[in-house]
Structures are given as C-alpha cells and as structure tokens.
Design a protein around this ligand. Structure first.
Ligand code: ADP
Ligand code: ZN
Ligand code: ZN
Length: 802
C-alpha cells in the first residue's frame, strides 16, 4: 500500500480524477486518506487530497509525494465519500467539492508551527527538539530525523498541536489557568494540614473540591477575592499548578449568557418531539418537516431534541440562515449547551472560523450552529441535523459546487442513521409536498406558545391612495399609526421589499434611464457619494447633472431605495428617529449587531430595512410592522415569486406582538387581490399551498418536475446564442419525450460585465442519465472553454433564474 491516490488542486475538468503517487518511506506509516499533500504536477507543485491508498497502479514511473501537510486527516472517510457524491450530483470538480467542506485556512498552504500542549512530552526526542520552548516551526521537525509516526502520535494524544500561521491582524491570546494536581479525597486530606487562619488557601482548595475543573487564574482570584500569593503558596505545596492555555478567539461575548433550563413542553411540542426522540433512540434515519407558525416554539423543540442526542453521546448540527444567525439566536443555544457549542458564521475572520472548526474537529464541542457550510461539520457521530427556516434560498450555494444544504443534510442523515429536521413557518412547496406524500414526517405547531393570536394584518391598496391624491410612499393609515406608536413610546419595524427595486436615474423629459455600459441593467443611485453604481460589476460614474440623451436638466432619481425612504419618512414625521439597515449600513463587521442593539435599547422608534430585518428578530416593544411595497417581488421572472412573497410577508408579520403588547401589521400594495398577499394576511398556508400547487402543475414547475439550468456566456452574442443552440440540439437528441428543453433564451439579465448570457432550461420528471449526458456534452466544449473564453455553467437545482 505504498501508493497514494490523490485529487489535485487543479481546477480543470480534464484533471478531474485521482492521480497516483508513490509514498516516500518516511511517510509510509503515517499517511492516511483525508490528509492534504503537496505533489509534483507537471512543472509545478500543487496541493492535493489523499482519497485512498493502494498497492498497485496502472501507471509506471510514478512520482513521489513531496510533502504531507496534515498529520491527522482533515476529511473523514464519510466526508471523502460525501465530496465525491456532491461533485457528481452538482456536476462540479472533486477538488471544488472538498474545498467547499473546509475552512478557508485549510484551502491554502500556510506556514505552520508545532505547539506544546503539556509540560513534558512522552517522546524524549520531541522533548529534545522543543528544547524548552513552547512553540517551534514545523520545519525544525522536518529537518530532524524523528519519525513522522512519533509526531503523529503526540498529536493524536493531544500533547502537540499543529498551528497554521494565518496572516491576520488578530494575535493569539494566552491566559494563565489553574488546576488541581490531586484527586478530591487527597484535597480533603490536605485541608486538614492547612492552618485554620489561612482562610484563602482553605477556600481555594474547597473550590477545587467542589469544581473539579480547570479555571482561569484571574476569574478564580476575582471570585474568591484572593491575592495572587495564595495561589503561589498552594503551588509550592504541590496542591495546584498553573499553566498557560491558548484562548480561542471568541467573536460572541459569552460572559453575559445566562444558562437556561428546558421548558416544559406544550402538548403540541410534545407531540412533535416524541417521534423525533423515538428515531434518535432507534438510531434510524427519517426526515421530519416541522411546520410551526412563528412563535410556536420550534426552537425549544430543537433544543430538547439536541439534549436527547447529547445524552446519547452523539452530536448535533443546526443550520440557520446567515441573516438569522444573530447574537440572540446564538445565545439560545449557548444558554442551553454552554461551551459545547461552536458557531460557524460568515462574519468571522478566517482565523476565527478555523478556530471554531478545530474545536469541532477535535471533538471539543457537541453542537454546531452555523450557516450553510456548517452542514459539512467534521463530526463522526451525528445524532441529529436541524435546518431552521428550511425555505430560505440561502441554503443553496450559488457558485461551484452548486449544492443545497438540505440534500447534503439528508445524505449525511442516511449515513449516520439519524433524523433530519426541517423547520419553517412557511415550508417550501417541495418539502410540504413530500410531507403530504409521506416521504417526510409532518409535525405541526399551529399555536403560539403564549396563546397570543397572530397579529392582525391590514392590506392597503396604494392605487386608492394615489387616487385620493396621496403621492407619497406612505399611506395615510400607516403614517397615522406610526405617529400613534411614537407618541406611545412603542416601536415600529418597516420593511422595504427591495429585491427588484432600486433607485435609478431617469430623465423626466425624454425618459432616458442611465444604464451600466457593461451590463443590461440600470445604474443605482448612491446618495452618500453622489455616484451611480452598477450592482453587478461595480462600475461607477458621477451622478449626471444633465441628460446624456437630450441635455435636459430635469434628470432625477426614482424608485425606493432605503435612503430615499428614510429621507421621505423624516420629512413626513419629523419626530421619528430611524435606524436604517441595508447592505450599505451593515457592510462593516459588527455593524449589523450594533444597529440591532441600538434598536433594542430604544435609541430609535423605527427600524427600517430590507429583507435582512424580516427574520429572527424579537423585540418586546415592537407593536407595528409596516411593509412598504409588498408586491415588488411579484413581477420578477421567477416561478417562485409568489411563494417568496408569501414567505416574506408571513415572516415579517411574525415580528409584531410576540410579547405582552398586541401587534399590528400594515401591508401596502398595488396588487391587493393577489392570492399570495391575501392569503399571507390571514396566515392561511394551506390555501396558499393548494392554490400554488395547482399553478405549478398547470405550468409544469417544481415540485411536479425537476429543473436544470444551463447558462452560456461569451463576449460575442452570436457565439453565445449558437453555443446554447448546439447544447439544446444535443440534449434533444438524447432525452425522453416527456422532457422539455426550453431555449436558447436570453437570461433575464442578458449582459453582465460585457458578456452575453443565454440559457437553456431542462424540465424533466425522470431522466436517470441526465447528469451523464450533460457531462458528455460539456466535454465537447472543453476546448472552446479553454481557448475561446467561453463559459458554461450548469445548475442542477436552480433557484436564481436570473
Ligand atoms: P419559533 O422558533 O417557532 O418562532 P420560539 O422557539 O422562538 O418559536 O418560541 C417563541 C417563544 O416561546 C420564545 O420566547 C420561547 O422561549 C417560548 N417558548 C417556547 N416553548 C415554550 C414552552 N414550552 N413553554 C413556555 N414558553 C415557551
Ligand atoms: Zn433626456
Ligand atoms: Zn455593470
């Protein structure tokens, strides 16, 4: 078995296979699948993942592995298989799939250090190598004659840790820790030896009798109100010892988190959790759809299910949409499971993410709470996987590998034989249909735990406002209600449903709209910088003062950006203080949190924002929620636009009246009769589901068919169309009669960054060879892709149809 089969980090479809390398003697004992290596590849050296070892190869003249990057595998055998499956399922490269599973730090080659974790290493040779230091460069070890197996063992035993030197501004923090050197009964004996007047010393020993843990020196001294000398004395008596420990950079301040206890479940919660417990108990795989209105206590169900899993000695993964992964949310998990929780959040720095990942990898935690990619957490004994707000489209990754976290969760659930819970107040049609068919088990929570009614929703017809002479973006009713809340010192959340809307510039004389010269899209006006910007390619130009078309000076900006709403609102209700939350105000790290905190501490009456305010927020004092433009999403060229509108309105309505004060919701719209708006206003998911399913059936959309989207892009329009046409022809030749191929059609945004985009949509019910077929077709274009700057992307589960 001295040959390693390696997936190399060369992102090209012609290289998408394993390559064989000979293993140098010094690595033979330690090299295992799931480790990263450096291998010669052509004239270069590249990184690669060892996926297996073998004793024979079909090739002669194999090259040797140049270097081994990990001494413990960073991908488990389950993840190695999962990556292979993922690549095949999404038509991506194997290497791309593996990289998607790992934190950024492990995707590149970094310098590394060896860090001692104990005072004395078992291996004399290693002890000698460290020569009294805590930390040495890895290269020192490589230059020595010590066998790799010895270092590997020291790492496995926790005596040494590898540390990657990530270039970042944060420095590692070390603190002094204290721990007892004696077991409890010996401590009790020692107490007798200490004179009675040495009160502090007695207290300190008593502390370690009661708490058999390590503790931070400063915390201990503070808690016992003791001077440092007390510690010194007990150290001299060989009762306790002090040592340095690296503290993980913790971006969430945990110190203020109060521990919480399991609540006694409502009858509905009990009914929902029982079959989940049973499945955990049996060690079986099952997918549960937990359909619960906002405030029905879904999170409590998750927490208690996880509790059961931990008691069984297993681990839990919880996925939460990025924007709902707020400190409030994290608190609920840390409150229940304390330091057993790792959080993977995209706002963490690369170093912080790696720290959290390492805690999972080393089995220091039992629960991971994170956004999409946390589904790849390297646990080996998973007992439950939970996806909260399962309808969120952020669970779908929009670049390679284009996977949906739900599919990955189910795949892992099958492997680990554990339940997968999909939770939502507004499940996707796909999931709900599967629950109806019995593929998933349905559990319903239709009451709020506090027995409060859902807030009343009033629909305002903005056409009538216009007829009545009100040309502002606020209806008279909304204005009145905002003023009323402000006078009562209550708070208001205003949602600007901006997707598909922006502030564009138009000439009032000739109607000319300023568009990006590289993309087929109107430029967006940014007030702060007085610039026009393209949101697709970041092109920008100064705001013109005269129309480039007719030279009129009546050029104005239109639309309803958040800045504009804020401005109008301040004019209309001067006494209002507003916190605006959108991509612009939340770009800086921590800004999101800060704004929410300002609102929570009542530093403003109104929280105004885009989609990002619709989720997970829970403010006691909010009694009015206003949706300014409910229908702005409805007219997008996307068959899911009604579903998304229904989901958003339901979510945002759930923000009001969650506590003692009753809540109210105002929805402004130009299409008050649209079923998604009407049915959301009465919280009627069932009717919405029936209605929308009927439409999907008529027009043949998911869940009645599967979709695949192929997008071709090139600088030359004719090339783009012709290539798409050729793909369509090739597909038509091989698919069954029941399958529909639509295209070539221009993508809704036909030109981005000077590249034309055409697409072809495949609608199919059963096409077992489809992936194979597309792969074959793509291969025919390999040359053109490489030489002629052609781009072809395939999405086997498209959500973004733009
Ligand atoms: P969801 O996740 O469905 O929106 P939450 O889990 O946030 O609902 O629950 C809403 C509120 O009800 C929270 O404040 C939570 O603490 C409380 N809650 C949940 N379950 C119970 C229970 N069994 N008894 C009392 N309060 C509960
Ligand atoms: Zn003009
Ligand atoms: Zn552009």
């Amino acid at each position: 078995m001295n040959i390693a089969n390696v997936i190399v980090d060369v992102p090209a479809s012609s290289i998408n296979q394993t390559f064989d390398y000979k293993i140098p003697d010094k690595y033979v004992d330690i090299l295992a699948s799931g480790m990263r290596v450096i291998v010669p590849f052509g004239p270069r050296k590249v990184m690669g993942y060892v996926v297996s070892r073998s004793s024979e190869s079909d090739f002669t003249k194999l090259k040797y592995i140049a270097d081994v990057l990990d001494l413990t595998p960073i991908l488990t055998s389950e993840l190695l298989h999962l990556g292979k499956w993922l690549a095949e399922e999404t038509l991506s490269l194997y290497v791309t799939a593996y990289q998607a599973m790992l934190p950024q730090v492990l995707k590149a080659q970094y310098e590394k250090d060896l860090v001692k974790q104990t005072d004395e290493l078992s291996s004399n040779e290693l002890e000698f190598l460290f020569a009294g230091m805590d930390r040495i460069p890895y290269s020192l070890f490589e230059g020595s004659t010590i066998p790799y197996a010895q270092l590997q063992k020291a790492i496995q035993d926790g005596e040494i840790m590898i540390h990657y030197l990530v270039k970042s501004k944060e420095t590692k923090k070390k603190v002094t820790m204290v721990r007892s050197l004696l077991p409890v009964h010996q401590l009790e004996e020692k107490i007798l030896d200490i004179p009675n007047n040495a009160k502090r010393q007695l207290e300190l020993i008593q502390f370690f009798i009661e708490h058999q843990t390590k503790v931070e020196l400063n915390t201990l001294l503070q808690q016992l109100q003791a001077p440092r000398s007390t510690i010194t004395k007990l150290v001299e008596k060989n009762i306790i010892e002090t040592y340095k420990e690296e503290v993980y950079r913790n971006p969430f301040d945990d110190t203020s988190i109060e521990p919480t206890e399991a609540l006694s479940l409502t009858e509905q919660q009990q009914q929902a959790i029982t079959p989940i417990y049973d499945t955990v108990e049996k060690g079986a795989h099952e997918v549960f759809l937990l359909h619960g209105v906002t405030g029905s206590g879904k999170t409590e169900v998750y927490l208690q299910a996880i509790q059961g899993v931990i008691e069984k000695g297993q681990e839990a993964i919880v996925l939460v949409p990025e924007i709902a992964l707020t400190p409030q949310m994290v608190k609920r998990f840390k409150g229940r499971f304390g330091s057993n929780v790792a959080v993977l959040h995209s706002a963490l720095s690369a170093g912080e993410k790696y720290d959290e990942w390492r805690r999972i990898h080393r089995k220091e935690v039992k629960v991971v709470v994170g956004a999409r990619s946390a589904v790849f957490a390297p646990f080996e004994n998973i007992g439950i996987i939970i996806i909260d707000e399962e309808h969120e489209t952020s669970y779908k990754q929009e670049d390679q590998p284009r996977y949906h976290a739900r599919d990955v969760a189910i795949k892992r659930g099958q492997h680990h034989q554990c339940p997968v819970i999909l939770g939502s107040a507004t499940p996707t049609l796909e999931s709900y249909a599967r629950a109806q068919k019995g593929v998933y088990k349905l559990a319903t929570l239709d009451k709020r735990t506090n027995e409060k009614e859902m807030p009343n929703v009033e629909i305002i017809d903005m056409r009538k406002e216009l007829h009545a002479g009100n040309r502002s973006m606020f209806s008279r009713e909304l204005k009145e209600k905002i003023e009323e809340r402000i006078s009562r010192d209550e708070q208001i959340v205003l949602l600007l449903n901006r997707r598909g809307y922006s502030t564009f510039v138009m000439c009032r004389d000739c109607g000319h709209v300023n568009e990006c010269p590289h993309c087929d899209i109107a430029l967006t006006y940014h007030k702060n910088s007085n610039q026009l910007k393209c949101h697709y390619c970041s092109y920008e130009e100064p705001m013109p003062t005269i129309c480039p078309e007719c030279s009129s000076n009546l050029i104005r900006y239109f639309g309803t950006g958040t800045e504009r709403v804020e401005e109008a609102l301040t004019k209309l209700i001067p006494q209002a203080s507003i916190i605006r939350m959108d991509v612009d105000t939340t770009r800086r790290k921590g800004a999101h949190e800060k704004l929410l905190n300002q609102f929570a501490t009542k530093q403003a009456n109104i929280l105004l924002g885009t989609q990002m305010i619709a989720k997970g927020l829970d403010f006691e004092n909010v009694t009015l929620v206003g949706v300014l433009t409910a229908d702005s999403m409805l007219h997008l060229p996307d068959f899911r636009s009604s579903e998304k509108t229904f989901q958003l309105l339901t979510q945002v309505s759930g923000r009001a009246g969650r506590h003692d004060l009753p809540g109210e919701v105002i929805v402004q719209t130009y299409t008050p009769d649209h079923y998604s708006i009407e049915l959301a206003s009465v919280y009627d998911f069932q009717s919405f589901y029936q209605k929308e399913m009927a439409i999907r059936k008529t027009f043949q959309y998911p869940p009645f068919v599967f979709l695949a989207l192929i997008t071709v892009s090139h600088k030359n329009q004719v090339t783009t169309v012709q290539t798409t046409q050729r793909i369509v022809q090739l597909l038509l030749k091989h698919v069954s009669n029941e399958t529909t191929i639509l295209g070539p059609t221009p993508s809704p945004i036909t030109r981005v960054k000077d590249r034309y985009r055409y697409q072809c949509m495949i609608k199919y019910k059963k096409e077992p060879q489809l992936r194979m077929l597309i792969k074959k077709i793509l291969r025919q274009f390999d040359d053109e892709v490489r030489k002629n700057d052609l781009m072809i992307t395939v999405d086997m589960q498209p959500y973004q149809l733009m």
